[in-house]
Structures are given as C-alpha cells and as structure tokens.
Ligand binder design. Structure first.
Ligand code: ATP
Ligand code: MG
Length: 512
C-alpha cells in the first residue's frame, strides 16, 4: 500500500459550546479520514463554523475530546492548530485590507534579509508569486488586499491556507463568491491536495457542488450531529430533509404576471471605466429584472454607479421620468433606490449594533412621529416579524449582529432592505451563503414586493435563481449589455451565449 488513505485523521466527540444565550453545539461529533473530502452541511446557524473554529483553535470547547492521528490533543490557539497542521479558510474574509496579498499570506513568517529584523520584501513577493503560479491564480502579490475583488480576496485566503502544508484543510464556504471557472480551478486544487493524503473539510450551501467533490457528508441541525453518509449513497433531497428536519416547499417558477408598463428607472448610456460601457436598460413597476452574467461582467459596477457609490463618467439616469443627479448613496436612498451590496460586511451592516437596529436603521423615519420620536414598540414588532419570517437564528433581536452566523448576518441585511420602503431595490447576490429553506422564503418575499408594485433588479450568478425569479433578463459581459431575454423565453443556454460574448478583438481604449 503506497499511502494510508482512509486512516482516521480527526475525531471530535461530545463537543459542546455555549455562547451567552446560545447553545451553539450540543455533544457534536465529526470525523475526518486522510485523503478524504468531507462535506459539512446544515442550515444557517446550525453550528458548522463553530465546530470547525474549535478544531482550528479559534474557540475553546466547553466539553468533549479531539483526537488527531489517534492521540488526544488540546488546541488552545490558532497558532497551536497551525503547528498541528490544521489550516482554515474562514467564512468571513479575514485578511488585512491595508497589507498586500504577499504580506497577508506570509504574515508572522516573513523571509528575513541579511540585516536582522528586516523583512526581505523582494523574496516575500517572489514566494507569493511562485505560490500563485503553482495554484494557477492571477493575483498580483503586491496588490493591496483592500483593492482586490471579493473573489480575488477569497483566492488569496485559499492560497494562504495551502501555503502551510497542512494535513487538515478546513474550507468554510470557499465557493460562495467564486465564478464557475474559479470553482473548477479550486476543485482541481482540492483534488490534488486530497491525493497527497490531506483531509479536507468543505462547508457549502451549494449542495450540487458537494455531490461533485465530496466523499462523505455530515449533516448538522441546531447544534447537533444528525448523520454521516457516503455522498454517493445520499440524494440531495435526502440531505436537505436531514438538514431541515421537514420538507420545504420548493415552489415552481413564480414570475409576477402582470407588469405595469410604467418605467421607474431608465438608465441611458452609462459609462465608468472598463466595467461599465455604454449600459442602457430600464426597469418597470412590479418587475423583477434579472441582471445575469459571469462574475466580473460588470453587474456590481453598474449597480454601484446607479446607486451613487461610484461616480459614472457619462450617461443619464432617469427616475420616474425625471433626470436624477445621484452623487452619493444618500441621494439614491432619497430618490427611493435601495442597494443590497454583495460585500455586506463593508457596506450593509453595522456589526457592532443589534439585530433590531440594523433592520430599522435605514428607515428610522418611518417609525417616528411628527416631532421625530421613534416608536420603539413598532421597531421591535417589525424586527421580530422579519426575524420570524426569514428564520433569523438569534437569541433575541437585541443580539449584536457580529455574534450571528454568517448566513444569519446576510439575512439581517436582506431584512433591512425589505423593511426600507424604497420603490427601487437592487439586490446583489441576495441568496449567497443562505440555506435552502431561507432561500425559498426570500424568493417569496421578493415576489410579494414586486406584486406590491416595487421594482427590483436582481443580480445573481446562479442561473436557476435568475430563471426562476426574473420577468426579464439582461445579460452582461465585459462591462456591456449583450442581450435581453424575456423570462418566458430564457434558458440557461441562451443566457450563457450572451454571457460569454466577448470582444477580445477590441483592445484597451488607447486609440482615437
Ligand atoms: N461569537 C459568538 N457569540 C455568540 N453567538 C455565536 C457566536 N458565534 C456563533 N454564535 C451562534 O452560534 C450558532 C452557530 O453558529 P455558526 O456560525 O456555527 O453557524 P453555521 O452553521 O456556520 O451557519 P452559517 O451557514 O450561517 O454560516 C448560531 O446561533 C450563532 O448565532
Ligand atoms: Mg458559518
């Protein structure tokens, strides 16, 4: 036998963990073999990240034991975990935005030059470049991480985790922000890591993806261990029912039927840099307009330009038929435009504040009387209602958002924009990182809003979602709109044809 594939690598048993007011884990177990890709699934707040943070030394368990290669171990710190060969890619990007990609990867173990204590920057960048090259990543080692896209930051995280030749690699939703090609690339890397005998833990809400990549699946629910099954023996439906403990109503395609022809938003000839090129489209009352395209097609950039987060170089935006001068997000909100950003940490949430405040913050005016006194009974009732409807898992609406699980934080941002009484709503990847049950609830809510006469732009990289929800679909590629389809005529193939319609012949705009 050339390699010891299949040996037990990690055994976690009887693991419990409490946070104030929350029993995050109750006597949970988990095991990982060498050379295995083990998927960990469960609804938002089930305890997946907490269990893996205990293995990675971020949290300390209240009870239970951890064995590594057959021996009991204690993992008091992330450093200790690293020394034991346990590497984690966190769900929340944890890189330092003001440092470069290379500095982030080698932080705390930088190559030193000949002068004592001085970091050899040249060597540092060289090592990072070699690492990126071996992983086939196109990232500039010297780029400041804060300037990179979310997907690129994720790639840097992955490279960092892989740079510690670990025996256990934990990936907490690594694919949520990646394009299909990037996911293929990541899977290629994971399979190579697996072939070297590393045990990989893969957390994801994209269940089809788990079918492709994993050997076994462990299901958690409400902080408890439910089951571990061989992936090949488990259908996605069965995994889902183990996850949620009930059947979810997976409604059929619900496209709002009547569309009021009144145009509420009219964008004409919008330009900004290379990512927004001569973009024109309109949006009607009661309509859900899908904005499709591959990641990097320019959809977020269009949304940001419309919302006033970035200043367009040229173009006209009409709101209700009148030319709008949108210089900032505040102007946009004033005109009745809301934007749920894909980068929620940076723009969507006040994580130090509680759930209730975050939900009502954007619309506090609505809850105030004539002289500006806020009716806290109303804010509380609204927040409670949203929390119930979206199934936000929190001990109370007074919990700080920082303490919620990743998916539940996202639900809070969605709740916030659903509460905001804006006429025009732009949702950028609204269901990213959201579990299956909550997803269909979000679809229902979006449909309700459309029926009430709101106009919605939905940016999504998940084609089934775009197809299911959109009345009309506009497809972008390389900053341009390549085509438009009605919801009825659209198919995955047609969208993909437009989404890959590149004009590589046109070089950088230097001529003229
Ligand atoms: N630092 C913390 N303080 C208080 N409660 C916490 C903290 N971290 C997690 N929790 C709570 O523990 C529970 C489990 O959270 P965890 O992050 O492990 O869920 P998850 O399965 O990773 O969910 P998701 O799919 O949304 O990422 C949740 O109820 C969460 O609110
Ligand atoms: Mg999590």
């Amino acid at each position: 036998m050339p390699e010891a594939v299949g040996d037990l690598l990690v055994e976690m048993d009887g693991i419990s963990k409490d946070f104030p007011g929350v029993q995050a884990l109750r006597s949970c177990r988990f095991e990982l073999r060498r050379g295995e890709i083990h998927a960990l699934v469960g609804e938002n707040g089930a305890g997946k990240s907490t269990l893996m943070k205990i293995l990675a030394g971020v949290y300390h368990r209240d009870a239970g034991r951890i064995r590594l290669g057959g021996a009991d171990v204690d993992i008091p710190t992330p450093r200790a975990a690293q020394q034991l060969g346990i590497s984690i890619i966190h769900q929340e990007l944890s890189l330092m935005p003001h440092l470069t990609a290379a500095q982030n990867i080698f932080i705390g173990r930088e190559p030193r030059g000949r002068i004592p204590f001085v970091i050899d920057e040249g060597k540092l960048n060289e090592q990072a470049r070699a690492l990126f090259k071996s992983l086939n990543l196109k990232v500039d080692p010297q780029a400041k991480v804060g300037k990179l896209s979310v997907a690129q930051q994720q790639m840097v995280e992955i490279a960092k985790a892989l740079s510690y030749s670990a025996q256990v690699l934990i990936m907490d939703e690594p694919t949520a922000t990646l394009t299909d090609t990037e996911i293929d690339e990541l899977f290629r890397i994971i399979r190579a890591v697996k072939a070297n005998g590393v045990g990989v833990v893969h957390i994801s809400h994209r269940l089809e993806e788990l079918k492709l990549i994993s050997d076994r699946v462990t299901v958690m629910r409400d902080g408890q261990y439910i089951a571990t099954v061989d992936t090949k023996d488990a259908s996605i439906d069965r995994i889902i029912s183990m996850m949620v403990g009930r059947t979810i109503y997976e409604g059929v395609r619900e496209i709002p039927e009547t569309v009021n022809p009144e145009v509420v938003l009219d964008v004409r000839g919008l330009n900004r840099g290379r990512m927004v090129r001569d973009v024109s489209f309109n949006l009607r009352r009661g309509e859900i307009l899908g904005l499709a395209g591959l990641v990097g097609a320019g959809r977020t950039e269009v949304a940001r330009a419309v919302f006033g987060a970035d200043r367009p170089e040229s173009g006209t935006i009409l709101v209700h038929g009148k030319v709008a001068h949108i210089q900032s997000p505040a102007d946009a909100v004033h005109l009745g435009i809301g934007y749920l950003s894909e980068d929620r940490k940076r723009y969507g949430l006040a994580v130090g504040m509680d759930v209730e405040t975050n939900i009502v913050l954007a619309t506090l005016r609505k809850f105030a009387d004539a002289i500006g006194r806020v009716d806290f009974r109303k804010t509380r009732a609204t927040a409670e209602q949203r929390v119930n409807r979206l199934g936000i898992k929190t001990p109370s609406i007074k919990q700080k958002v920082r303490n919620l699980s990743g998916g539940n934080q996202q639900k809070v941002v969605i709740a916030k924009w659903l509460t905001a009484d804006t006429e025009i709503l732009i949702f950028d990847e609204p269901t990213r990182g959201i579990d299956v049950g909550a997803k269909s609830e979000i679809y229902h809510l979006l449909n309700e809003l459309a029926k009430q006469g709101k106009a919605i732009i939905m940016i999504s990289s998940e084609l089934p979602e775009i197809l299911r929800m959109s009345h009309r679909i506009v497809v972008m590629c390389e900053g341009r709109i390549r085509g438009e389809l009605s919801g009825a005529e659209a198919t995955q193939e047609k969208i993909m044809t437009f989404a890959t319609m590149r004009t590589t012949a046109i070089g950088p705009q230097t001529a003229a």
